[in-house]
Structures are given as C-alpha cells and as structure tokens.
Design a protein around this ligand. Structure first.
Ligand code: FES
Ligand code: FE
Length: 428
C-alpha cells in the first residue's frame, strides 16, 4: 500500500483505479467498515415504506419496521440467495422472494416457507431471517449505515465535517425533504475519481465547465472575472472528508426563484457569516468514502462502485421543507439543468472521469503516477473556518482522502480478526 499512495509527496499510482484485487480489498476494508449513505429520512413515513440500494456492492433494503424504527437488511434470500425485494422503492408488509417464495416480515424474520413440512425437524425459521445491517443512524435527515459491528457513532465519524454539512441541512428547524425521485446513471470510471473530485477539486471548474459557465453568465459571452478568479477555502478533514467553497460577501442561490425566497438575514443569524459567505450555496463536498453533495442545487449523491472501472451514480434533490412548492420546484429544475444526468455541468465531470479511466488500462500508462501536489504544505487552521483548511485551488483534501483510504486498506477489518481464543484447543 505504501507505494500506491504518497500523500506526503503528492503522488498516486493509477493501479488504485484499475486493479481488481485492490478493488476487492477496498470493498472489504474501506466500504464495509465505513458509514455509507443509504437514503433520506423523508423517503420513509409509514411502516413498510422501503427503498433498495447498495452498500459497496452489497444490495440492501432500507425500511421502517412496525415500530417505525429504521432497519436495513441484506437484500438476499437466505434460501438460495436471490434478492427478496426487486422493486426500487414502495410500501409492503412482507418481502417475498420470487424464486421459491420464502417470505420475511419488516423485522427481517422468516415468516413463510412453502412446503414447510418438507424440512427436517431441526429447521428453525428463527435461524433463517434476513441478515441485518448492525448499525443505522441519521444525521439531519441523511441515513447512513455500516457493517462494522463496533463503529464510532455517526456524529463522531462526521467530525468537523458536520459544520460544513449544516450549511446545507440546517437552514431552519424543519430541515430538508426530497423532491422528485432518484436519478441513477452508469459511468465508466472508478468511484474514487468522483468522490475525490467532490472532496477537493475546484481547479477543474473554470476549464472543464467553461462552456457551461458561459451559458450561465447573463452576457452569454465569457464568465465574469469574479467567477473565474475566485478565492475561497477548502476544508481538509483528517478522516478523509473534504469540501471546497469560494468565499463571497454576496454569496447567493443561483436559481432565481430560490434566491428571491430565501431570507439571508435569518440564515446569517442561524449559521453565521462565515457559512453564509461560503458553504451555504457555494462549492462541493464529499463525506468519506462515497457520499457527495452540492449545496447550491441541493444535489446529494452516492457513487456506487461497480467494479474498478465503473460506477453507478444515484442522485437526489433535497430542498428545505419550509419552502413553498414553487420554490422547491424551481430548485428541482435548476438541479436537473445543471447536475441532473444530462445536466450541463454533470456531463463535463462524467466525461473527465471516463477519460481518465479509459486510458489508465494501458500497460505503460498505468505505471505513470498522477500528481496531487497542489497546495502541498498549505494546510493550516487559519481561523476563518473550523478545522484545517487549504486554498480553494488545492489537492489538500484529496491527499487527505487518499491518506484515509490507504490507512483503511492497510488495516484488517473486523471480519479479518482471528476468532477469540476460547482456550479449547481442538486435539485433532
Ligand atoms: Fe429465495 Fe429460494 S431463493 S426462496
Ligand atoms: Fe465539476
């Protein structure tokens, strides 16, 4: 691992985006033990409301049980392994496998087995319930879960990142909700290319998104200097999270209807000047490992890994619950136009990741390291924002992202620990 990521010198080996064995290890040591984003709490209101998603490559069902407790189960039948829920979302009383008909209740218990009499007396339904994800927690409406049997609490894992997340999630006491459904699309590209970019990369904006910025500029010609020559900060979290945001005294929501509605004075009182001038709307962010968001358009997304060279993007639009319907709709449309699957910005990013991925397969190319040196040594606590920050244009959060990745890749996960020594040695 030490040769693959040099976060001090700022080099990355391209094998981390292409190697199948590293990918398998990543599923085991990085994704399975981490808090992974599942869904928004607004998707669950009544017992039996469910949503199916993935944790790494493991399919899971998220649901509300009879007591309205959020639960998550491995979406795989205990009989021969088919998915027990093949719908994307919905409402149900049971999850019934379409292969041979085993059926599970909202608490994951096996409740119906066709030809039950054909099984031996030793067969006990209590032994064959769905495998439950051991820990599920929410932070301001965002639901995360982990397979780690003894994780740090979600709030602790978010650490200093929560202050930045609150700039999007905590505009008032009512919080956020989802508008529209979930957009899902497939990209050729390793999931880390996207997660890393959202953690650290404002650098690409003026080049990759130049044409989109021109479209967004009222003159229709060239982006104003104040857009191109931005200054700001980048938050560098030791646990691999990251966020970048220009700082501007007149920071505003881009969607006109949203801007006209928002009470910036109230936001200043609640969130403070530093957050309103920065991460309230500006910028990009990643919660390690694979959840990212864009405050300006309420886009939240997860980068599902699908092999070393492919990802599936799942993206939601969230809005303030307190906004009137027409403001919510304006934000939904603005997000669709900019960062929906065919959004004018989103397409630029996907094109870059696919480009990097496609050529990294070349034998010679794969051996040529990548540069992550921008802002080396710039990380500091300058008092402007909580925690360690760097310049707006910097790879600092990217280096921290990969440092965390490397640490987890080098650390055996809980399932790799030897079984506890019981003192009963098998004489054989
Ligand atoms: Fe589910 Fe057989 S695989 S009932
Ligand atoms: Fe971009």
């Amino acid at each position: 691992m030490s040769g693959l990521v040099d976060s001090t010198g700022g080099y990355i080996d391209r094998a981390i985006f292409t190697d199948q064995q590293l990918y398998q290890q990543e599923l085991q040591r990085v994704l399975a033990p981490s808090w992974l984003f599942l869904a928004h709490a607004d998707q669950f209101h009544k017992p039996g409301d469910f949503f199916t998603t993935y944790m790494g490559e493991d399919p899971v069902i998220v649901t509300l049980d009879k007591n309205r407790e959020l639960r998550a189960y491995l979406n795989s039948c205990r009989h021969r392994g088919a998915r027990v829920c093949r719908a994307d979302m919905g409402q149900t009383r049971n999850f019934t496998c379409t292969y041979h008909g085993w059926s599970y209740d909202l608490e994951g218990k096996l409740v119906s087995v066709p030809n039950r009499a054909g099984y031996p007396g030793s067969f006990t339904v209590a032994d064959w319930g769905l495998v439950e994800v051991p820990h599920i927690e929410t932070y301001r409406g965002l639901i995360f879960a982990t397979w780690n049997p003894e994780p740090v609490r979600l709030r602790e894992a978010l650490g200093g990142m929560a202050w930045y997340m609150d700039a999007m999630l905590d505009h008032d006491d009512q919080g956020t909700e989802v508008v529209g459904g979930v957009h899902k699309w497939v990209l050729e590209g390793n999931w880390k290319l996207a997660a890393e970019q959202f953690a650290t990369d404002w650098y690409h904006v003026n080049v990759s998104h130049a044409s989109a910025l021109m479209v967004m500029t009222p003159s229709g010609k060239k982006p104003k200097d104040e857009i191109v020559h931005r200054t700001g900060r980048q938050y560098v979290d030791p646990m691999g999270h990251g966020a970048g945001f220009p700082v501007h005294p007149n920071n505003r929501f881009d969607a006109r209807t949203v801007h006209d509605h928002v009470d910036y004075k109230a936001l200043r009182e609640r969130l403070g000047e530093a957050r309103v001038q920065g991460p309230l709307t500006n910028g990009h962010a990643t919660v390690f490992p694979n959840f990212s968001y864009l405050p300006v358009n309420g886009s939240i997304r997860v980068w599902h890994p699908k092999g070393p060279d492919k990802m599936e993007v799942w993206a939601w639009t969230i809005v303030d619950k307190s906004w009137p319907d027409e403001v919510k709709e304006a934000q939904r449309l603005y997000n669709l136009r900019t960062f929906g699957p065919s959004g004018i910005f989103e397409q630029d990013d996907g094109e870059n990741w696919s480009e990097v991925q496609a050529i990294s397969r070349g034998f010679i190319t794969n051996g040529v390291p990548l540069n992550y040196q921008m802002g080396l040594g710039s990380e500091r606590d300058d008092g402007s924002h909580p925690g360690t920050t760097s310049e707006l244009y910097s790879d600092a959060a990217g280096r921290s992202f990969y440092r965390r990745w490397q640490t987890m890749m080098s650390t055996p996960a809980w399932h790799e620990s030897p079984p506890p020594d019981t003192g009963n040695e098998d004489p054989a």
